[in-house]
Ligand binder design. Structure first.
Ligand code: ACO
Length: 406
């Protein structure tokens, strides 16, 4: 079942030949035992466990433990992990002041990456990235503090006071309360919403060598610490072809609805590649069949929109788009199916999150995967600093001309 590979790099190094593989379509950069994907069969497993079983039976913290430490935790291990995380949710008061410096309309993704990068200045023990004790405490700090950072980015954008974490609550509950509690005492947690967000975090928790995870590994391969590497991963996730697609899907659905809801015309535009328009939330580098996460998200969207938001016209448009695309040769020939981002935005919207916050939620879910890969990388004796080659296409040698002669 595993993917076989030869270390072509080592073989070719002796010959002087270089492989050119734009976008690393068929080039492995590492060996990994964390996540298995069969893109043709639509299979995703974390540490061997099928995603649908984890989605149904597990919790986000349990899955985080599984990804990072390799095995499902015992009850005692999970309790200890949960307790440690709940003890580190506070942000240093000086770090909180960083939020004052950002404009109120700042996009929350650069706020998130900046605050994570700044953690290295507050926790200088993290600068010894290979010391196991420091790796462990940096792991716990990140898992604990990212929800607080994300909630503060939201609070800043709506001009409300920051709330201290309430560590009697679970991670997702605490995050929702810090985000939407105003005033905190009157905020009532909706358990359907808590479970749905926990499930979405599980579905996002890892996806092997995607753009952001590869970035985390590449930055970490220079022996940069965990905070610096994760901050870079957050920036990679920001782009609309990766995590930013969940916001882009909602903008697309709203655009279609506001121009009369004509799905046919939009699909024609996509097929004609007019103005580079794409069907956002469709297509995947690895999945050439239905993304198993998207199937679970679609079902969750039906359930949660029924409970939280009633019938949503945007959900109807999304379903019409999917129906059109799956019956259309353009999408069939190219094996383009909905990916995880296609339906998530509709759920986040029903929960009350603004569109530009959606990718932050993706980052919260992906964090344990990034950490697991960084830790796997630093412990792998085969790891070398990432340093791709290039095929040079510029001028050959030429003589310098004085500025008066150019
Ligand atoms: N809409 C319309 N056409 C598409 C789409 C799309 N969403 N995705 C791919 N295609 C077309 C391409 O134009 C290309 O057509 P061509 O053969 O006529 O040139 C063909 O399908 C192959 O596409 P590539 O761009 O080569 O596929 P690649 O693997 O490089 O890109 C990607 C994958 C970036 C995800 C792409 O499908 C895309 O841009 N999708 C929309 C953005 C998106 O949803 N991103 C989220 C990805 S999942 C994640 O990161 C969580």
């Amino acid at each position: 079942e595993g993917t076989s590979g030869v270390d072509l790099g080592k073989l070719l190094a002796k010959t002087g030949l270089v492989t050119l593989d734009s976008g690393f379509v068929n080039t492995a950069s590492c060996s990994s035992a964390i996540t298995y994907i069969d893109g043709d069969a639509g299979i995703l497993r974390y540490r061997g466990y099928p995603i649908d079983q984890l989605a149904e039976k597990s919790t986000f913290l349990e899955v985080s433990y599984l990804l990072i430490y390799g095995e499902l935790p015992t009850q005692a291990e999970l309790d200890d992990f949960t307790h440690k995380i709940s003890r580190h949710t506070l942000l240093h008061e000086d770090l909180k002041r960083f939020f004052d410096g950002f404009p109120r309309d700042a996009h929350p993704m650069p706020v998130l990456s900046s605050a994570v990068s700044a953690l290295s200045t507050f926790y200088q023990d993290s600068l010894k990235p290979f010391d196991p004790e420091h790796v462990e405490i940096s792991t716990i700090r990140l898992l604990a503090k990212l929800p607080t950072i994300a909630a503060y980015a939201y609070k800043k954008s709506v001009g409300q006071p920051f709330l201290y974490p309430d560590n009697s609550l679970g991670l997702v509950e605490n995050f929702l309360r810090m985000t939407f509690g105003f005033p905190a005492e009157t905020y009532e947690l909706d358990q359907d919403m808590v479970r749905a967000l926990d499930l979405l975090f599980i579905l996002h928790a890892d996806h092997e060598q995607n753009c952001s995870t590869s970035t985390v590994r590449l930055v970490g391969s220079s022996e940069a610490n965990l905070f610096a590497s994760i901050s870079a991963g957050i920036n990679a996730l920001f782009g609309p072809l990766h995590g930013g697609a969940n916001s882009a899907v909602l903008d697309m659905l709203v655009g279609i609805r506001d121009s009369g809801g004509d799905v046919d015309t939009f699909v024609k535009k996509v097929k004609n590649k007019e103005d580079g328009v794409k069907l956002m939330g469709f297509g995947h580098r690895v999945y050439k069949s239905y993304d198993p996460r998207a199937a679970i998200v679609k079902k969750t969207a039906d359930d949660i929109l029924g409970k939280l938001g009633g019938n949503d016209s945007l959900l109807d448009i999304a379903k019409q788009l999917e129906e059109h695309a799956l019956a259309d040769d353009y999408f069939v020939e190219r094996k383009l199916y909905p990916n995880v981002d296609f339906y998530t935005g509709l759920i986040y919207r029903a929960m009350g999150f603004p569109t530009k916050f959606f990718t932050v939620l993706f980052a919260l879910g992906r964090l344990p995967g990034w950490i697991a890969h960084w830790r796997e990388m630093i412990n792998d004796p085969a790891t070398k600093i990432g340093r791709p080659r290039q095929v040079y296409t510029g001028h050959t040698e030429r003589d310098f001309k004085a500025i008066t002669e150019r």
